[in-house]
Structure formats: C-alpha cells, structure tokens
Design a binder for this molecule. Structure first.
Ligand SMILES: [Zn+2]
Length: 392
C-alpha cells in the first residue's frame, strides 16, 4: 500500500482554499499568511481581532497533533489526510468536510476573535484566575457598552472609528505580564478544543456518513446552513460524539505530556488540565451567547449548548476520570474559576446550577437518549471511521 504521507501538502492547502472560496465564499488564513494579512488590512496599529502570533501558534501547535492522525485508516484501507486552516469569515463558526480526498478543518477568524476578546476580558479582572501573576494590578474593566465579553468587536467594534476602537480595545488588556501570556494560552486552548472537535468529525466517520447520505452540504458549528431536515437527530448525535472525543484528546495531550505551547508546558498537570477543561466549557457558553445574538439563524440542527456542557461533564466522569486519578479536585478548581468568571459575566455558566442539574432527571434522560441513539449510529459509522487497528 502506498505511503503517501506528505503532511499538510501544497495540494491540500489548495484544496482548502478552493473549498473556502467556492463553498464558503471566504478567503483563508494559513500559516505564514499573518504578515501578509496584517499588511493588507493594515492591522499592525489597529485592535486586530487576534494577535497574528496567536493564530500562527494555534495552527503550528495543532498540526503536531493532527499529524498523528495520518496513521489512521478506514476499513477499506484509505489513509486519513487532513488540512487545517482559518477561514476569513466574521461569524464565530467552524466547519469540517472532505474535499478532493482530504479532510478539511476550518475555524473562522470570527470565532478566534471572540475567544481572544473573552480571554482578554477574563484575565484583565482582579477577581478571576487568582493564581496567575498579580491580579491586584489589573483594572477590572466592565464589558464594553454592555456587550457580552467576546462579542463587542464582533457586533459593534468595527462600526467605530479607528481611534475609538483602539481606546476601547486597550481597556481590555491585562497589565500583568503572566496574565497577558495566559490570555494567549486560554485563547489557544479554546481554539484547540474546536480544532479537535472538527478533526473528530473526520476521524469518527461523521463527514463520510453525512456526505454519503447527502445530509448536509458540510458540517459546521453555528447553523448558518441548516441540514436538509432529514437528519437533525443524527447530526445532534454526531455533535455530542465529536465533543466527547475532542475533550478526551484535549485532556490526553496534557496527561501524555504533549503540550507544545512554550510557557504553558511549565504549568503543573492539574493547572493545565483545569484550564483546558475551563476552555472547553467556555466554548459552550460562546455558542449559547451567539445563539442569543442578532445574527443567529432562527433554527439550528445543533444540540442545545447547555446539553453539550453536561455531555462534556459526563465525558469527564466516564472517559477522563480513569486516566486522571485526582480529577475531582481539578474539576472543582475549574468550576471555581467558572464561578469567578460568572461574577463578572452575568450570562456565564453558573456552577451551582451545573452541580444541581447533574442530578436533574430530565437532563439525564435527554442525554441518555442521545447516547443510545449514538450507540446505534456507530454501526453506520464503521465504514467511514479511521482507526489504527489495521496493519498495512
Ligand atoms: Zn461539530
């Protein structure tokens, strides 16, 4: 069997660009494009949506992880190929699809921008992340014009003149050096969870199954192009499955000592795990907040974000706890942080409610129902799944 494993080749890069241009009507942002994009958009002196180094770092980091996936094959022997890049679109969205024999994973710059602004706001508070740097020097800014932190630049910031944009944006910058660094770490971990979620849509056979049935034009995260009405339940099951696998991988990166972001590697394992889990939880709030905003579609084929959060907690208990013996205190530390952030972002996740709802029979029954449907669906996914079981 051929061993055609040139990682992230020029051919695959062109396939990504072609798909983004023709199907998503968007340009792309790839490794090395940072300087060019900054020049074209004159971003150097403006409150850029995300520092270009964060985008490059995010892509470089995840490519190391994605490269491992090339070992996987379908039952018919075909090898997994994947190409990740950013899509130059303002909506906080992400997608996965297969095009010209390569799995494409795309995160929209709009989502990166929201994650970055959210991280800035969180680390600029005196009351959050008390163990990082010196929070007492922070200015604890209020959310700009009442927009949920993360959504100001997306919803309103670009309507302002440049000087006002810069002044407003500057108010969100943490002062402490370690907290500035932590903004990058949190942004990258939130994006990593999304990248892994898109990777798992490909690896777990979701893209192959959805494509073979013509369920959707591509898998995406924010309901901008709804499925064709025949597979809402199935699509929801696939979303839960991708979240489960992505959270498991997110934690395995830490437990296996594979963290590759300079600086973050120096944190202890419990600290890295707690921030990773916080990052994954925060993405469910971002989906929820977007769904409440003016651009959200009236209907979506995706699961309720709060159900997704509980699906993540269930995954921790059933899949991650066996590999992390002291997960409970780590999770309590994470929920403590969730609580401190909820003090400064009123719509954020509420730990008391989360803990209370862990015992809510309705929610438990809904999630069990999805899990049963997912177990049935796994049979249909077998021909499209990529695994390492086969030897060539
Ligand atoms: Zn998805």
């Amino acid at each position: 069997m051929s061993d055609d494993t040139e990682f992230f080749s020029q051919r695959d890069r062109m396939a990504f660009r072609r798909f983004a241009l023709n199907r998503l009507k968007s340009g792309t942002f790839d490794l090395g494009d940072g300087a060019e994009l900054a020049r074209q958009l004159d971003l150097q002196d403006r409150p850029d949506e995300v520092g270009n180094n964060v985008l490059d770092l995010s892509l470089m980091s995840l490519r190391q992880y994605f490269a491992h996936a090339y070992r996987n094959r379908r039952p018919d022997g075909s090898r997994f190929r994947v190409y990740p890049a950013f899509v130059n679109g303002r909506i906080p969205n992400a997608f996965a699809w297969e095009f010209r024999q390569v799995h494409l994973c795309g995160v929209y710059l709009g989502l990166a921008s929201v994650c970055h602004e959210f991280s800035l706001f969180c680390l600029a508070q005196q009351t959050t992340f008390p163990d990082i740097g010196d929070p007492s020097v922070e200015t604890s800014p209020e959310s700009i014009d009442g927009f949920p932190p993360g959504f100001w630049l997306y919803q309103a910031g670009t309507d302002l003149d440049e000087a006002e944009q810069i002044a407003r944006w500057s108010s969100l910058q943490p002062r402490d050096h370690h907290r500035k660094q932590a903004v990058e770490y949190l942004t990258i971990l939130m994006l990593r969870f999304v990248w892994l979620h898109e990777l798992c849509h490909g690896l777990n056979g979701h893209v192959g199954l959805a494509k073979s049935h013509g369920w959707v034009p591509y898998l995406h995260e924010n309901g901008v192009e709804p499925s064709r009405g025949i597979a809402k339940r199935q699509i929801q099951c696939l979303e839960f499955d991708a979240d489960q696998s992505a959270l498991y991988m997110l934690c395995r990166i830490q437990t296996d000592g594979l963290e590759n972001i300079p600086g973050l590697c120096d944190w202890s394992l419990p600290e890295r795990l707690a921030l990773s889990i916080f990052a994954a939880y925060a993405t469910t709030w971002i989906l929820d907040e977007y769904a409440r905003g003016p651009d959200a579609p009236e209907e979506t084929d995706h699961p309720d974000p709060y159900q997704r959060l509980h699906n993540l907690i269930w995954t921790l208990a059933s899949n991650v706890a066996p590999i992390v013996p002291d997960l409970k205190p780590i999770h309590m530390a994470c929920l403590g942080e969730v609580g401190r952030v909820a003090q400064v972002i009123p719509s954020f996740l509420k730990p008391d409610m989360i803990i209370h709802d862990l015992r809510a029979k309705t929610l438990e029954a809904e999630l069990s129902g999805f899990q049963e449907d997912l177990s049935r669906l796994r049979g249909d996914l077998v021909p499209y799944r990529y695994t390492q079981r086969q030897k060539s």
